[in-house]
Ligand binder design. Structure first.
Ligand code: NAI
Ligand code: MG
Length: 497
């Protein structure tokens, strides 16, 4: 049964989200007693009150995480038992799906049905994927000769700090805490200040599922005040970060200036979607519209640069406009027809609108959309739209917009298309649409991106690694390989006589 807007409003009215830190198995206020208030992007109203963490709260959480790790209460548990706990956790996430979806939507303004059917589902699937790996990981014996036996053990690192963004909070949290906890580590998660609610509930559900206190802690607060002390902490072994390239660079300096903790970074993108004249243009139009506009363009791998062969550019943009009009309904996030909702906050909406204006000033022309919408709601909405006549030197082609704005650039030759596609500081993802299999081969080899899609966009599975090259960062989320980031090899050499 699909709930109506009134149903979600009623659920909202009777839900009081928990906004205190989750440390050592329970909720507690900030040591300073300070709080901050989230403004709901869907209607501009005051939302949850949250603990405003600082270095003292981080210290407390890191201590709890370290104590749990040192005790061995989790890492030394029987693998089958650990698996059961994490599978129960995944089930509890599904059982509490509507509440989690509501919390996510209150925080970030995406349609509540997307929160439920995509974010909650993929969060639970992520925890399950890593739960299922726990009793299938084997260590190695190195070929050192008959009189010695060298075990190559993969061991957890210890205390992992996770710093996550607001665009897919629950999904990205699962990408980090799933493999980190499955590998036997303890975690302190600092969610984005815009999106703490789902993380707090996930932590509560973890303990309900049987995860020992201290293994998973959540400290809420701002980047400088809460994220920085976590990344600078002398007793944190690794930081797993998703967010802006700017802060990713800071995380590396914090690691260098503190204890040489390891770092994994999933940063932004400016992903190209290249369309040749021989492509199935309807397929390409649908992929471009959904690839750029889904989640209101607040997606690190959004297809934000459409690089299209000049002879079909006008035709393709017409089709994109039609797909957008027909399928990508912008509406209040509680409205079941909404496919996209609000942007994260007023300042971000203003930034997106300013980038559109700057693009027009630099010579791009707005074909449709890309303007403020639904302002009577009090929320922060921008309609999906296309800018044409963009060249790769314009700021809108080089910098992340993180809004529902597709920039169309055109080309004449394959060589030119590839050069434009790769001419970016980022390397997260990209796509090519063509029927020419030789060209498919050339592009998939030469496009410098962590993921290359052929005649599709945004297809994903837990079985495929996700992450970038160049300034999109390093280290991969998802897949069996993600576990490696949270472990390291230990050699145990035994000599016989
Ligand atoms: P951000 O990079 O500042 O925030 C991401 C996380 O880092 C948040 O949890 C934040 O509290 C934390 N953080 C911020 N400053 C920190 C510091 N000095 N030390 C430790 N942690 C810190 O991203 P922001 O400001 O929310 O968004 C700015 C732009 O970044 C967006 O418009 C978008 O272009 C990009 N971005 C990319 C994301 C991705 O998925 N790769 C996600 C979010 C934003
Ligand atoms: Mg920032």
């Amino acid at each position: 049964m699909t709930r109506t807007r009134a149903d979600w409003e009623a659920l909202d009215a009777r839900t009081t989200p928990e906004g205190r830190h989750f440390i050592d198995g329970g909720f507690r206020p900030a040591m300073s007693g300070r709080t901050f208030t989230r403004v709901r992007p869907m209607d501009g109203r005051e939302g949850a009150s949250l603990a405003r963490g600082d270095d003292r709260d981080i210290d407390l959480a890191v201590q709890a995480a370290r104590t749990a790790f040192a005790s061995g209460i989790w890492r030394r548990k029987d693998p089958g038992e650990k698996k059961k706990v994490m599978l129960t956790w995944a089930d509890l996430i599904r059982k509490n799906g509507e509440e989690l979806a509501l919390l996510e939507t209150l925080d970030v303004g995406k349609p509540v049905l997307a929160s439920l059917n995509v974010d909650v589902r993929l969060c639970a699937d992520g925890i399950q994927f890593y739960a299922e790996m726990i009793d299938k990981l084997y260590d190695e014996i190195a070929p050192t000769g008959p009189m010695s036996r060298a075990l190559v053990r993969k061991v957890p690192l210890g205390v992992i700090g996770a710093i996550t963004p607001w665009n897919y909070p629950m999904i990205i949290d699962a990408w980090k805490i799933g493999p980190a906890i499955a590998a036997g580590n303890s975690v302190v998660l600092k969610p984005a200040e815009q999106s703490s609610l789902s993380a707090l509930r996930l932590a509560e559900l973890a303990v309900e599922a049987g995860l020992p206190a201290g293994v998973f802690n959540v400290v809420t607060g701002f980047g400088e005040e809460t994220g920085k002390p976590l990344a600078c902490h002398m007793d944190v072994d690794m930081i797993a970060f998703t967010g802006s390239t700017e802060v990713g660079k800071l995380i590396m300096t914090y690691a260098a200036q503190s204890n040489v903790k390891r770092v994994a970074l999933e940063l932004g993108g400016k992903s190209p979607l290249v369309v040749f004249a021989d492509a199935d243009l309807d397929l390409a139009a649908s992929a471009a519209a959904w690839g750029c506009f889904y989640n209101s363009g607040e997606t690190c791998h959004a297809a934000t640069r459409l690089i299209v062969e000049r002879s079909v550019e006008a035709d393709l943009i017409d089709r994109i406009r039609e797909v957008t009009r027909r399928e990508i309904t912008l509406a209040h996030p509680f409205d079941p027809s909404a496919q996209i909702g609000a942007l994260i906050e007023e300042a971000h909406m203003d930034k997106v609108l300013a980038m559109i204006a700057a693009g027009e000033k630099e010579g791009a022309s707005r074909v449709f959309g890309a303007e403020r919408a639904l302002s009577d709601t009090g929320g922060y909405y921008v309609s999906p739209g296309v800018l044409r006549g963009v060249t790769n030197d314009m700021a809108i082609a080089r910098e992340e917009i993180f809004g529902p704005v597709l920039c169309s650039l055109s080309f004449e030759t394959e060589e030119e298309a590839l050069a434009i596609a790769n001419d970016t500081i980022y390397g997260l993802a990209g796509a090519v649409f063509t029927r020419d299999m030789n060209r498919v081969h050339r592009f998939s080899e030469e496009l410098h991106a962590g993921t290359v899609w052929i005649n599709t966009y945004d297809m994903a599975s837990f079985s495929t690694p996700f992450g970038g090259f160049k300034q999109s960062g390093f280290g991969r989320d998802r897949s069996v390989h993600a576990i490696d980031k949270y472990c390291d090899f230990k050699t145990i050499w035994q000599q016989f006589s």
